[in-house]
Ligand binder design. Structure first.
Ligand SMILES: Cc1cc2nc3c(=O)[nH]c(=O)nc-3n(C[C@H](O)[C@H](O)[C@H](O)COP(=O)(O)OP(=O)(O)OC[C@H]3O[C@@H](n4cnc5c(N)ncnc54)[C@H](O)[C@@H]3O)c2cc1C
Length: 373
């Protein structure tokens, strides 16, 4: 076999697990279909838990040097003008995916990973017992282990005939960068809920503001399929968001977009391919924890995968240990996230939740804590 591990996808999960396996002296190839730097749809809010993963990877200083903004407060608003503000349990960060993903990919390559940009995996054949062959646009790659870190939903999932694709998702997401005053003052992440969806507004490097929203496809269709019209017609019915958008000027020349955002339950192993990050299960964007979860899942799988590659764990032991640990760490969080996400689309539920959080700050603290690690 030419490699110990083939990692598909150079986002947070893929770069992190590749780097960790390389540090354990495994021969790792990391396949990424895009070339860096590239913009990516994401609210770009790195919840506090991400920092301990960055620390463990030895990249926290580099992340801060890339211009990450410290975020210490969250403001939540509802369609009827309701607003509640809370300090975060620990500081979070705001950094664009344009900077962050390239930084992580380079760190992985420096640690010895063979990083292949512009390489799209198109199919995977094999097993943990016999090894794998991954087909790509630039030829086949062989390895003993394949880690699927290719994100929320893609053609590879269709090739692998994954069960979650049988359910369709009615959600679309958009993102762009703006200039203007920082949200609610420096160091604040804002989340604005409206009947058609919800929108995060947060600071990133270079005094830019990331505006990212997720909404129902019906709201996009009603807006004639144009993202900005969807923002104006459906989301800016929330007066706080409307006021915020008045002060911002878009600098991105286009919107990053994603459709069919899949929040449903997924399998962590498919045909022997071990899934990590959004490929294993995606938390509702409202929780602002997807990136920290992707990093945390990479921290979880790396020692099990390393043990398997070193012959200290059988394939069956590797599968059982990872699946069990994944469920213990993430399953409850994902369920609660789906519930809060659904509430955000219902004005009455949003108002009730915001009212309860304002009257009972411990409830807000519990929700923030329970939707993260
Ligand atoms: C609207 C919205 C807002 C969000 N806001 C936030 C937020 O503010 N904070 C937060 O923490 N999370 C947020 N998230 C979630 C977050 O973006 C994800 O949870 C996180 O990016 C998951 O990381 P990952 O490494 O698993 O996947 P990704 O970051 O998606 O990385 C996957 C990588 O795989 C590559 N790839 C895909 N297919 C292939 C292939 N076949 N071959 C090779 N490469 C491939 C892709 O190009 C990509 O680079 C948001 C999500 C949405 C939809």
């Amino acid at each position: 076999m030419s490699h110990d591990a083939i990692i598909i996808g150079g986002g947070l999960a893929g770069c992190s697990v590749a780097l960790q396996l390389a540090r354990e002296n495994h021969d790792v190839v990391l396949l990424e279909k895009a070339t860096y730097p590239r913009h990516k749809l994401c609210g770009e809010f790195l919840s506090p838990e991400a920092q301990s993963s960055f620390q463990n990877l030895g990249v926290l200083d580099a992340v801060n040097s890339a211009g990450a903004r410290s975020i210490t407060r969250a403001t939540l608003t509802g369609p009827r003008g309701w607003k509640t503000e809370h300090p975060l349990p620990e500081p979070a960060l705001g950094l664009s995916r344009y900077r962050l993903d390239e930084l992580l990919f380079k760190q992985a390559c420096t640690a010895g990973v063979e990083g292949r940009e512009g390489t799209r995996a198109t199919d995977v054949r094999g097993s943990l017992q016999d090894g794998f062959s991954v087909q790509t646009n630039t030829g086949a790659v062989e390895g003993r282990l394949v880690i699927g870190a290719h994100g929320k939903r893609g053609l590879l999932d269709q090739k692998l005939d994954r069960a979650f694709l049988q359910e369709s998702s009615p959600y679309v997401g958009f993102k762009a960068h703006y200039t203007g005053p920082p949200p609610s003052g420096p160091g604040t992440i804002e989340v604005h809920a409206a009947p058609g969806g919800y929108c995060g507004v947060g600071p990133v490097e270079n005094d830019r503001v990331c505006v990212c929203w997720i909404g129902h496809t019906d709201a996009l269709t009603a807006a004639g399929g144009a993202p900005e019209a969807m923002l104006d017609d459906a989301l800016r019915r929330n007066p706080s968001l409307d006021e915020r958008m008045e002060s911002l000027t878009r600098v991105s020349d286009r919107f990053e977009a994603v459709s069919q955002v899949p929040l449903m339950v997924k399998d962590q192993f498919v045909n022997g391919v071990c899934m990590v990050g959004d490929s294993a299960g995606m938390i509702a964007p409202l929780c602002g924890d997807g990136m920290a979860m992707a990093l945390s899942a990479a921290d979880l799988v790396a020692p099990f995968a390393s043990d398997f590659l070193s012959g200290h764990r059988t394939a069956a032991e590797f599968r059982t240990a990872y699946q069990q640990a994944w469920n213990e760490r993430f399953r409850r969080r994902l369920r609660l996230g789906r519930w809060v996400h659904a509430a955000a689309f219902r004005p009455a539920a949003t108002t009730a939740l915001l009212t309860a959080c304002r009257a009972l700050p411990p409830l807000a603290r519990w929700l923030i804590r329970s939707t993260r690690g």
